[in-house]
Design a protein around this ligand. Sequence first.
Ligand code: ACO
Length: 371
Amino acid sequence: MIRTIPIFNLKKSSIYRPRPSLLRNFAYYLIFKVKSFKTHTMELLDHIKNRARKLQNRIVLAEGTELRTLRAAEIVLKEKLAKIILLGNPQVIAELTRKEGIDISGAEIIDPLTDAKRQHYAEIMVEIRKSKGLTIEDALKSLNNPLVFGPIMIKAGDADGEIAGAINATGDVLRPALQYVKTLPGVSVVSGVFIMILKNKAIGDNGILIFADCAVMPDPDEKQLAEIAITTAKTAKTIANIEPRIAMLSFSTKGSAKHALVDKVVNATRIAHEMAPELMIDGEMQLDAALNEEVGQLKSPGSLVAGKANVLVFPGLEAANIGYKLVQRLAGAEAIGPILQGMAAPINDLSRGCSVSDIVNMAAITATQAG
Ligand code: ACO
């Protein structure tokens, strides 16, 4: 049976008179704990959306004839989060939006099959990949694919970022992006992070943790892992608005186990220190040592990261991808991402199970990343 507490008239009640401290705690629970999980996610997304609004970047939605994408485009335009470029057949888009009552006035619609810039774009593609034997004919054929057309628009300076993946596999979205947009100067590896928002605010940065790389590099070597850590630190600052304390995760803490896989993380930590001495990075470290203060100080005494980590760099894609889904499914955490990082311009991959609001949020994140 559920016992209700008579919130009003408490003082007069002769049956139940909770102590003031109990009442305060209950009110605190109602006001802060129940609300805070959603509020924190909303706050972070609001922060991202406000930045996107100021930037007004041009975001390509490559799957322009997909219904969730069109609904998201309507919201992005209404909330003025970005300028929208939809790729697809204009007649199909017009028919769909009319039938579904979606207002995308203000969006630019480009048909990759007939666009006047196809020849120009094909020349850009050949310039980038002539050493791989790409011909103009092949380039023109590739441009029929919106997943190629989008990245080339960015390369040509006609757009600032792209999102796709609501109806396409990760690899198909990523490959043209990696081939033509490539990486930022000084970065060799594109990787993907999730911002995890936990119910337990004692963990990470008030419940926020960043997990990397959950999306791209199946088996990074030690140099690539070091780079992933450094790129993730930047994402933590610019997108999640937190000061990164980075744990390089392993099944060993400070030499407790000996294995080539442990050596990889030890070396990656050393390389990351050399590459970015200003960052707070420590490892190799087990997950409990990274997140729990007592365990952290026991296993890695004096560490500035152990027990206080807010960025978790996993040793490989298997652990990271499984890890974020475990936290999402078992701990009920909110998972925002994957946010791709390290690319010369932001291109983000959606999950095929994404909702309209996932697409809107990702459009705002992509617009923010475009700077
Ligand atoms: N960073 C930068 N460049 C890269 C990267 C990277 N991480 N990976 C590949 N490249 C470059 C290659 O150097 C190559 O460039 P080049 O053609 O100019 O020489 C180009 O991209 C293509 O690389 P390939 O190795 O030929 O392409 P591949 O078919 O291996 O595709 C891909 C690369 C798509 C990233 C692949 O590694 C992959 O599928 N990764 C896993 C993606 C995935 O399934 N993630 C899990 C799902 S997402 C989720 O659950 C959140």
